[in-house]
Ligand binder design. Structure first.
Ligand code: AMP
Length: 282
C-alpha cells in the first residue's frame, strides 16, 4: 500500500492506473477510521481494481464554532487499518496543498443544501462539495463510495455529479451500527460513558416509527412522538428532527401512500453533535 501526500503524485498514480485499464474506487473520509469506513472500503474493493482512501479533515466544511481543532486525528492507526483492509493508496494531502492561500472558487449546491444540516451548519455543504470535487479531479475515480449515515451529503453529492456532468458513479453504502443501534461515528469518541448509554435512544426512536405508522398517526404526530421519545434522556438536546421528501429534502405534512421519506435527526450531547436517519415508505 502506498501513502501519498502530494496532489501531483496522486494524480499521476491514477492516470497510470487508467492507462493500465484498471478501475478506481475512491472512499473519501476525514480519518479516525472505524467499522463504518471499513464497510465502505470493503464495498470499494468489491467494485473496482484499485481502492484509494482519502484522509483529510477538511477545514472548509467546519463552522467557526465547530470541532475542527478537536476532531480526532489518528493517521498512523488509520494507515494500519487501510493496509489490513487491502487499500492500494491512502491519500492524505495537507490543508495548504488542497487550498492555495488565495483560493476563491467554491462549489455551491443551492437547493438541497438549504435543509436539515445545511440550515444549521452554514457553508458546510459548500465545503463538502468543493473538497469532493477536488478529490475527484485529483484521484479521477470511476466510482466513489459514501455512507447513508450522512444521507443529505450523499444526496447532494449525487446532485452535484448530475448537475456538473462529473464522470464518477456514486455508490451509497448502508449505515453500520454499534450493538445497541447507535450509528458508528468518529464523533462518538466525544461522549462520556453516561452519554454513550443515552445515545442508544436515537436509533430506538427511529425504530419505533414503524409501530407508530401502523397506528395511522400523521407525520406531525409521529414527529412529536419521536421528539418526546428522545427527550426522555436527560443529557440529549435535539438540534432537529425532520421528516422530509427523499428527493427534495423539504418537510412533508401529508405524503401520498408509497412516497419515500427520510427521517433525519441531529442531536447534541454537550458539544458533540450526532446524526442519524432512516428511510421509510409511507
Ligand atoms: P467521515 O470520515 O465521517 O467524513 O465519513 C466518511 C464516509 O464514511 C462518509 O461517506 C460517511 O457517510 C461514511 N460513514 C461514516 N460513518 C458511517 C457508518 N456508521 N456507516 C456507514 N458509513 C459511514
Amino acid at each position: 500500500m502506498k501513502k501519498i501526500n502530494s496532489l501531483k503524485s496522486m494524480f499521476t498514480q491514477s492516470q497510470n492506473w487508467h492507462a493500465e485499464k484498471k478501475t478506481i474506487a475512491l472512499v473519501p473520509t476525514m480519518g479516525a477510521l472505524h467499522e463504518g469506513h471499513l464497510s465502505l472500503i470493503r464495498s470499494a474493493k468489491n467494485k473496482a481494481d484499485k481502492v484509494i482512501v482519502s484522509i483529510f479533515v477538511n477545514p472548509m466544511q467546519f463552522g467557526p464554532n465547530e470541532d475542527y481543532d478537536n476532531y480526532p486525528r489518528t493517521l498512523s492507526e488509520d494507515i494500519k487499518k487501510c493496509r489490513k483492509a487491502g487499500v492500494d493508496v491512502v491519500f492524505s494531502p495537507s490543508v495548504a496543498g488542497m487550498y492555495p492561500d488565495n483560493a476563491s472558487t467554491w462549489v455551491n449546491e443551492e437547493v438541497l443544501s438549504q435543509y436539515l444540516c445545511g440550515a444549521r451548519r452554514k457553508g458546510h455543504f459548500r465545503g463538502v462539495c468543493t473538497v469532493v470535487l477536488k478529490l475527484f479531479m485529483i484521484c479521477s475515480p470511476d466510482i466513489a463510495i459514501f455512507g447513508q449515515k450522512d444521507a443529505q451529503q450523499s444526496i447532494i453529492i449525487k446532485r452535484m455529479v448530475r448537475d456538473l456532468n462529473i464522470p464518477v458513479k456514486i455508490i451509497i453504502a448502508p449505515i453500520k451500527r454499534e450493538k445497541d443501534g447507535l450509528a458508528i461515528s468518529s464523533r462518538n469518541k466525544y461522549l462520556l460513558p453516561e452519554e454513550r448509554k443515552q445515545a442508544a435512544v436515537i436509533y430506538k426512536g427511529l425504530q419505533e416509527i414503524k409501530n407508530w405508522k401502523k397506528n395511522n398517526l400523521s407525520v406531525a404526530q409521529i414527529r412529536r412522538k419521536l421528539i418526546r421519545f428522545i427527550q426522555k434522556e436527560k443529557d440529549i438536546r435535539i438540534d432537529y428532527i425532520s421528516i422530509v421528501d427523499i428527493n427534495t429534502l423539504s418537510e412533508v405534512s401529508r405524503p401520498n401512500k408509497g412516497d419515500k421519506l427520510l427521517i433525519a435527526i441531529a442531536v447534541f450531547f454537550n458539544k458533540a453533535r450526532l446524526i442519524d436517519n432512516i428511510e421509510i415508505k409511507w
